[in-house]
Ligand binder design. Structure first.
Ligand SMILES: [Zn+2]
Length: 449
């Protein structure tokens, strides 16, 4: 049995705050504590109370920093870590010129394993403890993705993309091989440790109707798996999709007609939607995923978070690396704030931090496991330092509330603001105290900072 007591300022959400005054939506403790045992949060509350019941459990003191649930990234491309910041193209050209050639390299087991290590290092150093990822078409890439997640004991979701047309030869499967590889990967990884498999038809343009039918079969045979794809990111993409699926009522209908919409479905981007598509999202419970840095970078458009939320649709928020330009969920919230401002909506910082933690956990249906610090949940924790740069420290001298501090972190913070990260209760980045009897077997490997 491994026990650990973390002390620090503590913030955890219970539900989405309706506004800045909605203090029932979260708990904030100036001197809080988390008692962790074998990777699970056992108890939480004021330090004076928790420490009294904790006996001689070693304490790590993170004051004055802020402890929160680790960030969750609901849309990211694992094979695109080396195409971030590729110049000058919008979606379809960006895929053809940069992304597809890069993804062909993941046919190699060795390259996939090397990049998986680099990918998880980046996630953790930016405070992200769970992500939902697209792997490449190659089974090897998904094996590498889950092997490394397992080694670090991280809660990760992902899947190999299904794509059987409109891409280079080295990136194509067939309806049958895509189905077979996915079945093997589900058998080998889904529900093993903390891994979850995501059935992943890349998007309508790269899958034939035959492959969509196979994705439907997979979804029916594995209803406990998530499904992810892309929707209505770019106008040329939408026009091309309409040519390829002439009988579909609209873009979303391609997925809907193959039975791929439900509460476990994640639809990256979902920017340019018809009224019928919004109705279908509301009816099926499928989740649009907002990818602010990517949408700005590729010039794709402005995500209508306010309009979709008003219809009762719950949206994820995500980096979309490598069209996204930062691994940081703080920077993602920063650019997201600006996109919503362009539409007259000022997202409150408490809502923003809820979104990147409990909100995304709820989108995934994993709120009983991650995204908050309630007893019984998995101890994936980020510790944030709002004075991590001189410019932030200067600003913080004039800050007098939690909401103001969160907004400084959101607008000015990045990986430098990540003071420490715990995965399943074990420290990963910059944990300042080495305690006797500290568990080492599951410590995520990080390059020291
Ligand atoms: Zn994407």
């Amino acid at each position: 049995m491994t026990q650990r007591l973390l002390r620090g300022r503590l913030l955890t959400f219970h539900r989405e705050p309706q506004n800045g005054e909605d203090s029932d939506a979260y708990t904030y403790l100036e001197d809080g504590a988390l008692l962790i045992q074998d990777g699970i949060i056992q108890d939480t509350g004021p330090y004076a109370e928790i420490s009294m019941n904790a006996g001689g459990v070693p304490v790590t003191d993170h004051r004055p920093h802020l402890m929160m649930a680790g960030f969750i990234d609901t849309h990211v491309h694992f094979p695109q870590v080396q195409v971030i910041a590729s110049w000058g193209a919008q979606l379809l050209d960006w895929l053809n010129n940069y992304t597809f050639p890069e993804e062909t390299r993941f046919a190699s087991d060795e390259h996939s394993a090397h990049m998986a290590r680099a990918f998880y290092d980046q996630l953790l150093s930016h405070g992200t403890t769970t992500a939902v990822a697209y792997c490449s078409v190659h089974k090897a890439s998904a094996d590498a993705f889950f092997t490394e997640a397992t080694r670090r004991n991280m809660r990760m979701l992902g899947g190999k993309v299904l794509m059987d047309r409109n891409a280079p030869e080295g990136l194509l499967d067939t309806p049958q091989t895509g189905y077979d590889d996915t079945k093997d990967l589900i058998r080998d990884w889904h529900g093993k440790g903390r891994n979850g498999y995501v059935i992943t038809p890349r998007f309508a343009i790269t899958s034939t109707p035959e492959q969509m039918a196979m994705a439907q079969a997979l979804a029916q045979e594995h209803p406990d798996c998530h499904i992810q794809t892309h929707l209505s990111e770019n106008k040329d993409e939408i026009a091309y999709t309409a040519q390829l699926y002439p009988s579909a009522r609209d873009y979303l209908d391609v997925y809907q007609s193959y039975g791929l919409l439900g509460r476990k479905t994640l639809l990256g981007h979902s920017i340019h939607l018809e009224a019928r598509e919004v109705d279908a999202l509301a009816e099926t419970g499928a989740h649009p995923v907002f990818c602010p840095t990517s949408n700005l970078f590729l010039g794709s458009g402005l995500f209508d978070h306010g309009g979709l939320s008003a219809r009762g649709i719950s949206n994820g928020i995500a980096t979309d690396i490598g069209a996204g330009t930062s691994y940081s969920m703080l920077q993602t919230l920063n650019e997201g704030y600006k996109i919503l401002q362009l539409q007259g909506l000022a997202l409150h910082p408490l809502q923003a931090f809820h979104w990147a933690t409990l909100g995304n956990a709820c989108v995934l249906g994993l709120e009983d496991k991650i995204g908050n610090l309630a007893p019984g949940t998995e101890a994936d924790i980020v510790v944030l330092n709002a004075r991590s740069t001189s410019a932030m420290a200067l600003r913080m001298d004039r800050v007098s509330s939690l909401a103001e501090e969160l907004f400084v972190l959101q607008m000015m913070g990045d990986d430098r603001a990540i003071e420490a990260v715990y995965v399943s209760g074990s420290p990963s980045v910059g944990c300042p105290v080495s305690t006797p009897g500290q568990e080492t077997a599951n410590i995520p490997v990080m390059t020291p900072r």
